[in-house]
Design a binder for this molecule. Structure first.
Ligand code: NDP
Length: 424
């Protein structure tokens, strides 16, 4: 019996909220809050007749910690589930600390304005020291470790699919299948087709920023020292034949869980992340980038300030609306190379999810589904005390077993292959 304050009511949050309402014994009360309360209320009205979970709604602008603190003080939740945007992570963490509440999210912090000189100073230093230039990284949230530890509060970062389940798969492989893991390839394949020439499967601004950034991976030199290798965006391509999806082009991207896995999987030598993209998506993205439509810098247009990527977001289909038209499957998982009992071993752990089945069950496409279900399962781990570790932690730092059991129960069962085709 617990109370969760859920911030965000978009594509991913909608799935998490619907799943919370199927588990009222844990989520006995939830408050759904975002800037536009009417969206939260619309969802609440749809859900109230069929759930024992008591649902309230609120308006909150989570860009400011004081707004979130005021709502926490009024609602008194046991956990704040941040399923808004990565821009709000730090403000919501500040509010949780002020009010003594546990925290979780699905994506690590990045600023909305990457031209902010204060942020830029820290960013430029990190690029030089660490060797990767993605706008998002864990340093901002890891800086809260001591504060959460001292307060006896748990902050669970990145409880979506990737990051999230991908890291639980790593913890599971290490616990049950390997003595040491040397190489990890995270493969994220979306074989879905929504029929649009160009649309993003989750928030376009966050998605396009991620995909248009240089790629990078973790590697180890001859002296055993780990380091980042950065490459131009989309410059490493592989073709892989995914179970139940088929052959797809995939590209090496920078991804946040590489950063934490490099620290938390002892002895790991290489970690890469690949995502599949069709040619049409890449052509559109390159063109939009070339004409400046992916810029976050406001421009003056007919006397008004317009942020190009936000204007583009308004033109693109709402990711939440892709559900009815998306057909096909996703296949997301990790291929491991390492040793067990002194012998070399390979292992592939993955989930296959069908867009139309997700739509039939919850009215959402599989990208929102595969993120929203782990968000709810991660929250459940914290609320039931199964994952209770004061500080700021990523998913691989917790016991994967109860989480993977919950994933299976709530719609994301895993499959394994003991002789996978490896990625060269
Ligand atoms: P959407 O754009 O669909 O929804 C975002 C929600 O956040 C909206 O309900 C919006 O409501 C709310 N929001 C935005 N700004 C604020 C604010 N200042 N204060 C309060 N609420 C706010 O995004 P998605 O659902 O697609 O994505 C949600 C999160 O999931 C993102 O952080 C994304 O990066 C992450 N994600 C993680 C994945 C993973 O595997 N780990 C995969 C896919 C996504 P309103 O406008 O009313 O405020």
């Amino acid at each position: 019996m617990a109370r969760a304050l859920i911030i965000g009511c978009g594509a991913v949050a909608t799935v998490a909220i619907k799943k919370c309402c199927t588990c009222s014994e844990v989520f006995s009360e939830i408050c759904i809050a975002s800037r536009h309360r009417e969206n939260c209320e619309k969802l609440a009205q749809e859900l109230r007749p069929n759930t024992k979970t008591v649902i309230t709604t609120a308006a909150v602008d989570a860009d400011k910690a004081e707004n979130v603190s005021a709502l926490i003080k009024e609602y008194k939740p046991d956990l704040v589930m941040n399923i808004a945007l990565p821009y709000q992570d730090l403000a919501i963490m500040d509010a949780c600390l002020e009010c003594g509440v546990n925290y979780m999210d699905t994506a690590n912090y990045e600023p909305e304005n990457i031209d902010d000189p204060e942020w830029r100073k820290v960013y430029d230093k990190r690029c030089k020291e660490q060797g990767f230039s993605a706008y998002f990284d864990y340093s901002w949230q890891w800086a809260y470790k001591e504060k959460f530890e001292k307060a006896g509060l748990t902050a669970l970062l990145g409880s979506g699919f990737d990051p999230g389940v991908s890291q639980a798969y790593c913890a599971y492989a290490l616990k049950h299948q390997f003595d040491t893991i040397e190489e990890i390839d995270i493969l994220d394949c979306n074989g879905g087709d929504h029929g649009y020439k160009f649309a993003t499967n989750f928030n376009p601004e966050i998605n396009l920023r991620e995909v248009s950034a240089p790629g990078s991976y973790w590697d180890t030199d001859a002296n055993g020292k780990g380091h980042w290798v950065e490459i131009p965006a989309m410059s490493i391509k592989r073709v892989y034949n995914f179970d139940q999806v088929g052959q797809k082009d995939m590209y090496l991207l920078h991804h946040e869980e590489i950063e934490s896995l490099a620290q938390n999987i002892p002895g790991v030598k290489r970690i890469r992340f690949f995502m599949t993209f069709g040619q049409s998506y890449l052509d559109h993205m390159r063109c939009l980038e070339d004409v400046g439509m992916l810029s976050t810098q406001p421009i003056k247009f007919q006397g008004q300030d317009i942020v190009p990527i936000q204007f583009l977001k308004a033109l693109l289909p709402d990711p939440a609306s892709l559900g009815p038209r998306t057909v096909g499957k996703t296949n997301i998982g990790c291929i491991f190379k390492g040793k067990k009992d002194g012998k070399p071993k390979t292992y592939y752990l993955y989930n296959v999810c069908d867009h139309q089945e997700c739509y039939k069950e919850l009215g959402s496409q599989a990208i929102a589904y595969t993120t929203g279900v782990p968000a709810m399962c991660g929250a459940m781990m914290v609320l039931t005390g199964k994952w209770n570790k004061p500080g700021v932690h990523t998913v691989e730092e917790f016991d994967p077993d109860p989480f993977m059991e919950a994933l299976t129960k709530y719609g994301l069962p895993w499959q394994e292959n003991f002789n996978p085709v490896l990625v060269d």
